[in-house]
Design a protein around this ligand. Structure first.
Ligand code: FES
Ligand code: FES
Length: 157
């Protein structure tokens, strides 16, 4: 018999109670159990950044984080960063203005990393943005536009 544990997750300000196997990752809890599919699964082994979320305001790779590890912490996903009235977050708006995506698969992770990158004070130059966004891969190669979007959003933050 498969053992499950009961956990409560605080996601985008809402409490969610779940019965999960202890080995379930935050990424699978979001996508498979809560239908929060904005967070993407790319490599599922910590190499691409597509699954980036925030825990207590800091970026984490949700494919390498167990759901049980983040019980009681404030989890933010791409679904939770727009304003209460539905206004786009400045980073989301900048990605649209700079045309910073092609297929869009990496984009939620890029945006979550960019929000943290700016908040960490690491958007001071294109070189710094490239370094601190280097954990987020884009197989479409939209890097120049992504850097431009982070720079634009960083200037207004
Ligand atoms: Fe998590 Fe690739 S899916 S780093
Ligand atoms: Fe396609 Fe980045 S826009 S992977």
């Amino acid at each position: 018999m498969t053992r499950t544990i009961h956990i409560a997750l605080d996601i985008n300000g809402q409490r969610h109670e779940l019965d999960l196997e202890p080995r379930v990752t935050l990424l699978d809890a979001l996508r498979e159990h809560l239908s929060l599919t904005g967070t993407k699964k790319g490599c599922d082994q910590g190499q691409c950044g597509a699954c980036t979320c925030h825990v207590d305001g800091k970026r984490v790779l949700s494919c390498l984080t167990l759901a049980a590890q983040v019980e009681g912490r404030a989890i933010t996903t791409i679904e939770g960063i727009a304003g209460d009235g539905g206004d786009l977050h400045p980073v989301q708006a900048a990605f649209i203005e700079q045309d910073a995506f092609q297929c869009g698969y990496c984009t939620p992770g890029q945006i979550m990393s960019a929000v943290a990158c700016i908040r960490e004070g690491h958007a001071g130059s294109d070189a710094e943005i490239r370094e601190y966004m280097s954990g987020n891969l884009c197989r479409c190669g939209a890097y120049n536009s992504i850097v431009a979007a982070v720079r634009q959003a960083g200037e207004v933050a």
